[in-house]
Write a protein that binds this ligand. Sequence first.
Ligand code: ADQ
Length: 488
Amino acid sequence: MNAETISQLYRKRFANRSLILVSNREPYIHRKTKTGIKVDTPAGGLTSALDPVMRAIKGTWIAWGSGSADKKVSDEEGKVMVPPDDPLYTLKRVWLDQKEVDGFYYGYANQALWPLCHMLIEKARFHQRHWRRYFEVNRKFADAVIPEIKNKKDIIWIQDYHFTVLPYMLRTRARDLTIAMFWHIPWPPWEIFRVIPQRIEILKGMLGCDLIGFHINRYCQNFLECVENEMGAEIDWDKNTVFYEGRDTRLLPLPISIDFNTFEEMTREATAKTNLPDIRKKLKLEGKYVGIGVDRLDYSKGITERIRAIKLFLKKYPAYHERFTFIQIAVPSRTKIQEYSELKVRIEKMIDEINKEFGTEYWTPIIYYSTNVPHKELVNYYRIADIAIVSSIVDGMNLVAKEYIASQVDEKGVLILSEFVGAVAELNKAIIINPFDVEHFADMIRRGLEMPEEEKKRRMQKMRAYVQTHNIFDWINDNLNAVQKETL
Ligand code: ADQ
C-alpha cells in the first residue's frame, strides 16, 4: 500500500464521508521567531505516523493549537491548511489556556494515565483538579468536532489517552456517528488499571466508540478484562467485543507502522548528498563502530538502562575502547513535569561520568544530542550506525525500531530490541534483550557488533521486507476496513 492507493481506496469506499481526526498534538506548530514565523513538526510517534495518512485522505485534523504563532496564521474558526509548503488538508486548532494545559495535558494525561498505562504505579499522580480539567477539555474538543460533521456517516477518529471521555460525549450528542479510536500506548492489566479513581468514567467514555484499535492483542485482552471487572458489561471474548448500553464496541489489534518508502527515499537522497565516510569524518568516527539511540526523553524508553549496559560493555570489553562510539539523540519532552526534568539531568550526568571514566583525547564514548533532529537528517545517523538500541522498559509499539530498519538500505545494521516493546513480535529478527538484565544486554551489544556480515544481512532483509509490506498505509487500510465492517 502507498499514499496513492490509500486515497483512491478511501474515495471509493467512503464516498462523501469525511475523516475527522482528533489528537492532542498538532502535526504542524507555527512559532514566532526573531526572523519571522517558523513551522516545527513535533517529535513523536503519533504525528509522524498520521501526517502521511491525512495527506493521502485530505480530511480535517482537530488538535490543540500549541504554537506561539498558531493563532496568527489560523482563521476565526482556528483553521489553517497544511502542510504549509504543500497544503493538502485542514488543521483545526482548539485553543487551551494555561490552566487547561496544566490540568489536562501535564496533569491528568501525562501524570496519571501515561505512567499508569506504562505500569509505573508509583509515578502516577491522581488529582481531582486535573481530572476536572481533563474532562472539560474533552468537552471542548467535542464542541470543536460537532460543527465539522457534515454527514452523519462521517468518520470520527480519536487518537490516544488524552481523550478517553470524548467518545461517549460525542455519542450522547449524535447516536448514529461512526466513532473509532486508536490507543497508542499499552493498556495495563486490571490489577494495575483498578488503581485509577476515575476508571468507570474512562471505560464508559471509551465504550462510546464503535471500534478501538490497540497495537497488540494483549492490550485488547487487558481492556476486556477491565471492562469485565468494572462494568459488568457483556463480553464476547472470541470476537473481542463488548455489548454495552445497547451497542457493540469492537476491539482490534492493529500494529502501527511507518511510511517505509519515504524513509527509504530520504536515506537514498541523503546518501546521494553526503557519503558515509564524510559523515564519519565530520563526527570524528572514522574506523569506529557506531551505535545509535533516538528517543523522546521519557522514562518508558529505558535510556538509563541502555547507558548502564553501555558502561558495563566498555568495562567488560576494553578491546572496544576507542573503537566504539554511541550516539544518543534525545529530544526533551514534557519538561514541565519534574519527573522528566529530573530524568534529563540524571541521563546527562550518567553520560558525563562514562565519558570522564573511559574517554580519551581522541575518543568520546557517548555523544549526546539533546535536540529534535528532523527525519531528513535523522536518517544520516540511522545509516551510519552499525547497531541501533531500542531498550524501552514498556512501549506501546516503538517506531524508532522500524525507522532504523527502513533506513538500512545497504542491509548492514543490527537492531537490538527490548522484549517489552509492542514491535517485538513483528521484529523477531532483532537481537532481543531484557533492559533490566544488564549483563546479558552488555553482551548483546558485543554480539551485535561482531555478528557475521552474512547473518546481519539475512536478519535485516527479513525485517525490511516485513516493514515494507506492513507500513503505515497498510495500517490505515486495516483501520478503514475495520471501520467499514463495523458501520455498514
Ligand atoms: P512515542 O512514545 O513518541 O509514541 P515512538 O514510537 O518511538 O514513541 O516514536 C517516536 C517518534 O519521534 C519517531 O518518529 C522518532 O523518529 C521521533 N523522534 C524521537 N526522538 C527524536 C529526536 N530526537 N528528533 C526527532 N525525532 C525524534 C507513542 C507510543 C509508541 C508508539 C507511537 C505510535 O509511546 O509506543 O509507537 O506512539 O503509536
